[in-house]
Write a protein that binds this ligand. Sequence first.
Ligand code: AMP
Length: 431
Amino acid sequence: MQETAIVSFAQLGLNAELQSSAAQAGFTVPTPVQMQAIGPVLHGRDVLAQAQTGSGKTAAYVLPVLQLLMTTASSRDEAPKKRTTQVLVLVPTRELATQVSDVLRDLARPLAQSIKVGTVFGGVSINPQMMSLRSGADVVVATPGRLLDLVDHNALNLGHVQHLVLDEADRLLDLGFAEELQRVLALLPAKRQNLLFSATFEPVVQTLAEALLHDPARITIAHTQEHTPDIAQRAIQVDEKSRTALLRHLIKTHVWKRVLVFVATRYACEHVANKLYKAGVFATAFHGEMSQGARQDVLAEFKEERWEVVVTTDLAARGIDIAQLPVVVNYDLPRSATDYTHRIGRTGRAGAHGEAVSFVTAATLAHWQLIQKRVQVQLPLEVLEGFEPTEVPPPASPLNDGTGGIKGKRPSKKDKLRAAAAHAEPLAPKD
Ligand code: AMP
């Protein structure tokens, strides 16, 4: 694959005002996805980009879309029409909605022209969101369910949308938004620009892309050494009951100041956070049953290093961007390889070094091997002194098919054999 020469924001066609906004945000050199996306977006093309969270993908569409908005807004020279928007950014979670809106507002703030950004997501009262849209917005960042509620309340008309962004399209589909997405698409004008960003190009994403995009600029960021986030991955074998003690040991010996710990359930979030807290570690839970306000507080306090550890589930953690989050721990293994990639992608962002540690128990060993196979890594399984595992794996059964519940793919014969081998006693040599 040909390497892209480093170019500046100016060479990509970004105007002086936005170059200055980007510089104020600390963006002096475009990231690879920005290098490839900004030009085509400015030229009005549809874009299909494979880009992970952490690659700078938000600014890759925010910067050129702001420029397009500046051009149309200056030609019409008036405020947005009531209850309409020109740009719709669809995202899978509330956290990502807040995050994208923050990037939009930060980059738009220094501009001479005022750009109004509306943010809508569920789980909070709809009334302030209805009020904020009354005079219209230049950009609306939304989760699909609440967006449709607002449309149903006549609080927003999508008939003026000129640019549609689907951010984390794979998560939108994963989280079961396919139907809502179709409803939203049906409300948009046929003539518009479509930008689709996704960490993976799974078949469902491809199908969506084919139905949505017209002759898109296709962007895939090569996984070269330079572009791959710098994440040191480790796997430690440990007994299930010793995981909290191991976590405390690691926090202490490595002097970890900010750790994001993933567990399987909301109950486990509270349970593990409480155990750590009682043991003197500043740990708290972060999950979907907490109010939006409480979640925002935890995130803000975590960023300020007032919590050492935040214990969370996959759903709550999607899209969280904490600059320089140094460590991610898989206390419980993720269900799928895609979730593994998303989890570890919370660290090693924007060029910083990150560490991702997975706890592997006897019961999850076969599942771990499958995850490794799908993400194409093979890590040595470490055993730490004082935490030597003693538990034995559960016997294979028809219910335990060796996938450990991994979703998205039925185990092949080879997978099953490998899982069985992982459970079995060492084989006697054949004679
Ligand atoms: P994203 O992939 O959009 O979630 O961005 C990940 C992180 O990269 C964010 O913290 C951004 O502030 C940062 N970022 C985005 N673009 C640049 C850039 N050109 N230079 C440095 N940092 C950037």
